[in-house]
Design a binder for this molecule. Structure first.
Ligand code: SF4
Length: 267
């Protein structure tokens, strides 16, 4: 497996000295959401810097191609982030991703602000998490979600080196869906769905199955990974992952989620 854009493992303490109204950001950009419940929707992405599994190798994330390096992040105030979002094409979906967004407790303050005041035509907020982190501030967020006209979803995609960690207790009452990664390699923890995991949750979430994409080489700096670039994707391995995901979709009646951004050639 090719591992790309490796970083260090970030931890909550690294963000605690930041001012309350600021986030450490890797990038803000417009794209089409490629995966999950809003696949195909025009979106503005805020990618936050740092991940608690940033080393990737040995953390169950060797396949991860995302660049979120904590040392390359820029500290941005909420006002500045909102201005950057407003400069981009208006899109109905705001995606907050990483890295691991819930490493930064301030992300909850930002969510409360957008849920309350609105932002640039956004109708839905999606936040993507590996389920490992859950700042205490989340415990009051449901009030803001219920009072808001916006939709709000956490997409939890748990990761496992050998076994899956329990989902963080502060996420269990949040409006969430699961995205399980699927591998066709029988020795991988992603070969089977961690079905017991769902039983630990306080409500039955919708489940998406996402076959892993395997690469033959690292994506070059500035290159956007694209399924049509000759030789970039390991077709044989990826096909095996797709077949396994289809089989499990039928077995459990879960929904398939492809990384459609790879077919569109967008970030
Ligand atoms: S948890 Fe997600 S963002 Fe972090 S290294 Fe793993 S796949 Fe990448």
């Amino acid at each position: 497996m090719i591992t790309q854009n490796q970083d260090t493992n970030a931890h909550v303490g690294q963000y605690l000295s930041f001012p309350d109204h600021a986030l450490l950001v890797t990038s803000i950009f417009s794209t089409i959401q490629g995966e999950g419940p809003f696949a195909g929707t025009p979106a503005t992405f805020i990618r936050l810097a740092g991940c608690n599994r940033g080393r990737k190798i040995g953390m169950g994330c060797s396949f991860c191609d995302t660049n979120f390096k904590i040392n390359e992040g820029t500290l941005m105030t909420f006002d500045y982030i909102e201005r950057q979002v407003e400069k981009l094409a208006s899109a109905p979906l705001l995606v907050i991703t990483g890295g691991e967004p819930f490493l930064q407790k301030n992300v909850v303050g930002f969510l409360k602000r957008v849920l309350g005041a609105g932002l640039h035509g956004i109708k839905n907020i999606q936040i993507e998490s590996n389920g490992d982190c859950g700042p205490e501030e989340l415990l009051t967020l449901n009030q803001d979600i219920n009072a808001s006209k916006m939709g709000f979803t956490i997409v939890i995609s748990p990761k496992a080196e050998k076994t899956f960690r329990p989902i963080h207790k502060n996420l269990k009452d949040m409006p969430s869906v699961f995205k399980f990664l699927i591998s066709g390699d029988e020795s991988s923890p992603y070969f089977n769905i961690p079905y017991d995991y769902l039983g630990t949750y306080n409500h039955l979430p919708k489940v998406y199955l996402s076959p892993l994409t395997a690469y033959n080489r690292p994506v070059s700096p500035g290159e956007i990974a694209d399924a049509w670039t000759p030789g970039l994707i390991n077709v044989e391995e990826t096909r095996r992952n797709y077949k396994r995901a289809i089989k499990l979709c039928f077995e459990y009646n879960f929904q398939l989620s492809l990384q459609t951004h790879l077919f569109l050639g967008v970030e």
